[in-house]
Write a protein of this length. Sequence first.
Length: 137
Amino acid sequence: MPVKIKSKYKKVNENKIYNKIKPYLKGVFIGDLLFIVGVIICGLILYKSDSTSSFFYYIPYVFMFLGAFFCGISVQKGVGGRGFLIGILSSLPYLTTIILFVCVFLRFNVSVNLLITIPVCLLGGFIGGIIAVNSRI
């Protein structure tokens, strides 16, 4: 008869880890999808209108903010806890994917425009997390 030896180490349940990461993946996907669709729509409007207005300069930042905002709401509803902290933590992977997206299309040209995305995304996640805690959606 085989003898079972007890281990002092706890067995890691991979499914439990995945369930904790799943809201972050869902939130980042929603935020990235919103950002990409918004930038494509903005690009089509700019292409069709032949306008050189400075108004179009700020549109991608609005979509970055909205993407981080909805990312913060989605993650906060899935994870729970403190709204501002979860909102900021949810915007970090979103921010990383946005910076990679921008760097690939701008040939890794780091400029002030790229550095503006950091506070815009953090602020969007912060506000999204707080609103998710205080709303009954």
